[in-house]
Design a protein around this ligand. Structure first.
Ligand code: SAH
Ligand code: SF4
Length: 361
């Protein structure tokens, strides 16, 4: 699998503890008092600033030096869509021109931000718009955690309370980037989001699952299952060839917190009673929660979403077998909120029909 370089490192690519010591060393070299370094750190993540120039409690000359030595990068907003149900979708343009997406889903007191870990994806699941665009490159820690930073900078009231790695890309094929991003998202001097509120979704990259399980924080794991039978799974997800279902489930045993199975329902492919019974057996064996996702048709030409009545019957069949299953409401259907779709659409549509970034209601 190809891995291309990520954009050059910035101070926002470092775990907060390391950023703190770099800033402390930098202040020391300039004979600045120690309290200065402590004053700078929160501006990176916990109370982020768009640029050092906005740190009005610092002397002007210090702001200028910081701007020169440790510039704070931004993600450019290329497009924003707001759904009638409150879901917001962001398309970010990266320094090298790549585009990635995040989706903010408000629900009561909770604001879940769905973030991307790669530009594109190499894994080619047949129902996924990101899979269709192929792999472009891995994202840096800043480009991953920075999606949440950018939402906070633009709309402080929408500070995310929960993070899910369910945007573009396979997070566990970009472990170096995701590893540091998890630290930034979770650390008190970072964004301070509790590990129980951060979910990594994977098709089941076994070495990555082992690395995630070895971290002490107990981040949550979601496995994109989509079929409980290896043969059916292989027809939807080529990765089944490399990491077999049995191996993936074995690796999932290292997680002490309850895991989730993601299951996109696709007409005639994985939605029969027999599929439900197989899924129920597996979910019970693994004590897994099941998230049933209606297929978002935009990502999958040629595939049919399962009809609502069949979705209900499928869910009921799981429930009667003692499995905790939830049918996820399709959020933001009117704004193409399935993974990868905004980028695909913005590249396919003529420029004049694109909505400019700041013209959203
Ligand atoms: N690569 C990781 C994480 C990103 S995909 C993974 O696959 O788990 C995140 C979720 O979006 C997955 O559960 C995937 O099944 C879902 N998804 C992708 N395309 C979809 C579509 N067309 N409709 C509904 N869900 C989709
Ligand atoms: Fe990649 Fe996940 Fe899409 Fe599959 S569903 S192609 S792993 S992003």
């Amino acid at each position: 699998m190809t891995t291309r370089r990520t954009t050059p490192a910035t101070i926002l690519d470092l775990p907060p503890a390391e950023a703190a010591s770099r800033l402390a060393g930098w202040c020391q070299e300039r004979n600045l008092p120690a309290f200065r370094a402590r004053q700078l750190l929160p501006y990176l993540w916990s109370r982020p600033l768009p640029a050092w120039g906005d740190a009005t409690d610092l002397p002007r000359s210090l702001r200028d030096q910081l701007q020169a030595d440790w510039p704070l990068p931004r993600l450019d907003l290329a497009q924003e869509q707001i759904s009638s149900d409150g879901t917001r979708k962001f398309l970010w343009r990266l320094a090298d021109g790549e585009a990635i997406e995040s989706v903010l889903i408000p629900s009561g007191e909770r604001r879940t931000l769905c973030i991307s870990s790669q530009a594109g994806c190499a894994l080619g699941c047949i129902f996924c718009a990101t899979g269709r665009m192929g792999f472009r490159r891995n994202l840096s820690p800043f480009e991953i955690a920075g999606q949440a930073r950018e939402v906070i900078l633009r709309t402080p009231d929408l500070r995310p309370t929960n993070i899910v790695f369910m945007g573009m890309g396979e997070p566990l094929l970009n472990w170096p980037g995701v590893d540091v991003a998890l630290t930034i998202l979770n650390a008190p001097e970072g964004l301070g989001i509790g590990a129980r509120h951060i979910t990594v979704s994977t098709v089941g990259i076994v070495p990555g699952m082992q690395a995630l399980a070895a971290r002490p924080e107990q981040f949550r794991l979601a496995i994109s299952l989509h079929a409980a039978d290896p043969e059916r799974r292989l027809a939807l997800m080529p990765i089944e060839k490399k990491y077999h279902l049995a191996e993936v489930l074995q690796a999932a045993r290292a997680f002490t917190k309850r895991i989730t199975f993601e299951y996109v329902l696709i007409g005639g492919r994985n939605d029969t009673d027999r599929d439900a019974d197989q899924l129920a057996r597996l979910a019970r064996r693994m004590s897994a929660l099941v998230n049933l996702l209606p297929l978002h048709p935009g990502g999958a030409p040629g595939l049919t979403p399962t009809a609502p009545a069949r979705i209900r019957a499928f869910a009921d069949r799981l429930l009667t077998q003692g499995v905790e299953a939830v049918v996820r409401r399709s959020r933001g259907l009117d704004i193409s909120a399935a993974c990868g779709q905004l980028r695909v659409e913005s590249e396919a549509r003529p420029a004049r029909s694109r909505k400019p970034a700041d013209a959203t209601p």
